[in-house]
Design a binder for this molecule. Sequence first.
Ligand code: SF4
Ligand code: SF4
Length: 387
Amino acid sequence: MTNTLPTDTEVAGMTPAASFLPRSALQTLLDLLLGQGYQVIGPRLDQGAIVYDSLERVEDLPAGWTEEQGPGLYRLQRRDDDALFGYAVGPHSWKRFLFPPQVNLMRSQQTDDGWRMSEVVQPVVRYAFLGVRACDLAAIAVQDRVFLQSGFVDKVYQQRREQALLIAINCTMAAATCFCTSMGSGPRCQQGYDLGLTELPSGFVVEVGSERGAALAANLPLEPLQDEQDQAAERARQRAVDDIGRRLDRDRVQTVLRERLQHPQWDAVAERCLSCANCTLVCPTCFCTSVDDVTNLTDQEVIRERRWDSCFNFDFSHISGGPVRDQTRSRYRQWLTHKLTTWVDQFGTSGCVGCGRCITWCPVGIDLTVEATLICQDQDADAETRS
Ligand code: SF4
Ligand code: SF4
């Protein structure tokens, strides 16, 4: 891969001093990317939310918009300024582009000689992601481990990931649902990007994170960074840190949650959980899929489709005769314990990056930081476990 995470030495060796891109030159960056054949994906307003979609013009960006978020709550709001990236994260993550919700894998066609099967050739896509947050850089790194580094390589993900150019934007505010500081994933973009930007009213402080980013920067009308711009960017980034009020004791949860499989809070959360799977679909790291053979109306062709699935779906654990996890309690417990504990055993990293999407988009406002804390905070249970 050309843009796997660079080592500190590589970055230190190639990174020039940060520079400044005037806001009036942002269109130059878009034109450069489009001219190089990238499909630029970035934030846009759609259906009352800030989502990721194709864009070609600076005017496509959600200037002057932000959002209010809370458990089961998402609402667009106007900002007092015309910031282009003045929001946290919306319902989409980059997962939908690197690991699409639906992929045709195989095609079977009936011929005079019988059925003929062939692999579906995947389209070559070359994305430039504009506006990747630190938590989402961490989520992409998690999916790299799952799809590229765990002994199995997902070819669809690999092709898209190899081609993707990542332009990160440091957060200068946080939503009430963010807890990246607890998960060690943000809000400062540290690694895994090609270009890293911090937005100021007059433009962007630009940091280079890879050779590809350096090549791009060389063609931009960058200006030397002034001390006051550097300090303003630092203050803006600190605002995001100061905004984050939600916490999760990651280390305690990682060790204790798996020991509390009979805790009564699993029943309490199951009474509210609808098993709707929203939390897994918006999560930037969840990767469950199902494969189905779909026949066309003439019975002449069968397409083998891979589609996003969820451990919350009743049939997902169906094994010879019935589902292993036939209660919402066991499905929620499976999701939370995998995400926060056994994912570490499996992939060497937590499955949660603290983006807060599952809290916002849960229709009944279930908050995993609250649930995990309730289950893990009871010290008496520790004593019971030891005795
Ligand atoms: S579990 Fe929730 S907070 Fe954690 S990465 Fe997934 S959506 Fe974000
Ligand atoms: S926790 Fe919320 S979003 Fe997830 S399955 Fe239950 S009701 Fe749906």
